[in-house]
Ligand binder design. Structure first.
Ligand code: DP6
Length: 312
């Protein structure tokens, strides 16, 4: 039996869109922060046949089945019982597939002795879900060409930030990231402009992280979020992930920053808004967001480590 813990990550420079061909290669580079506190715990053990349990329920997850098929074309992997538990809501824009696939490949690698290094695990995690490549590493992480393995840029301890997560809806989202990306590629008139602009955004984000320049990171991260959502909204049918509370949180965060509070927002394929801030203002940011109508829960989390084996 092998047990692994992995944490979700949040992209500050967004991945949205896939390159043609196999391997789930993103069409855009991205940059993220890995969280602490929220986690996926995955246990694998030998079994007479594959059995997958997610949060205690037996499931037939097509993405996991495809992932295991691909892995078995290259490695000897026996039938496995896989049990995965999230301590946060699944499929509500909190990147459960990122921590899920990072945990899964790390657990299978250790359990079956596949001898992968972190770069290889990241490439395999990417095949399961693009964002999962980044959760193999902790702190600030980049995912870029040519090999599309994630790279750690800075450990969490180098630049401690707090993420205040404002949950505005706990239902599972209706359009998955994979389907949404494909819809944007096929239908949005802005798709080529989005692809063209992401390289420069990624470079700007990377420089801001290298220099630990909070204001520069705030500006480019909010731009990346809004450009991605403009693309989503311009898809047909439109992908409009925000609800009124999401918008109220955006405006509140913009107001706080104008008043000199070091905080910015980022939003993925769901209605939750994450406020990224310096730790000393986290409690006051959290209480501003908690009082907004439609905000269901607010959680403060720090930056955390990459996927690791906790029990072998
Ligand atoms: C908006 O990694 O979930 O969170 O590769 O199809 O599994 P697949 O997509 P996924 O998409 C993440 C999209 C995003 C932005 C990001 O995390 O970069």
């Amino acid at each position: 039996m092998t047990r692994v813990i992995a944490h979700p990550n949040i992209a500050l420079i967004k991945y949205w869109g896939k390159a043609d061909g196999p391997g789930n290669i993103p069409a855009t580079p991205s940059l993220s922060i890995t969280l602490d506190t929220l986690c996926t715990t995955t246990t694998v053990e030998d079994a007479p046949r594959d059995e997958i349990r997610l949060n205690g329920q037996v499931t037939t997850d097509a993405k996991v089945a495809k992932f295991l098929d691909q892995l078995r074309r290259e490695f000897q992997v026996p039938p496995l019982s896989i049990e995965s538990t999230n301590n946060f809501p699944t499929g509500a824009g909190l990147a459960s597939s990122a921590s899920g696939f990072a945990a899964l490949i790390t657990a299978i690698d250790a359990h079956c002795g596949l001898n992968m290094d972190a770069t290889r695990r990241s490439q395999w995690a990417r095949r399961g879900s693009g964002s999962a490549a980044r959760s193999v590493f902790g702190g600030f992480v980049s995912l870029q060409p040519p090999d599309w393995a994630a790279q750690p840029l800075r450990p969490a301890s180098d630049w401690p930030l707090t993420v205040v997560i404002a949950i505005t809806d706990t239902e599972r989202k209706t359009v998955s990231s994979s389907h949404g990306m494909e819809r944007s590629r096929l239908t949005s008139p802005y798709y080529p402009a989005w692809i063209d602009s992401t390289q420069a955004a990624w470079r700007e984000g990377r420089n801001a992280v290298e220099q630990r320049d909070f204001n520069a990171l705030a500006a480019i991260a909010e731009h990346s979020t809004l450009a991605m959502h403009a693309l989503m909204i311009s898809s047909r049918p439109p992908l409009l992930y925000w609800n009124p509370a999401s918008l109220a949180v955006i405006h509140t965060i913009r107001g706080l920053r104008e008043a000199g509070v070091p905080v910015f927002f980022t939003i993925d394929a769901g209605p939750q808004v994450k406020a990224v801030c310096l730790p000393e203002v986290a409690d006051s940011v959290a209480s501003s967001l908690r009082s907004l109508p439609g905000v269901v829960t607010v959680m403060n989390v720090g930056l955390g480590p990459g996927a690791s084996v906790v029990d072998a």
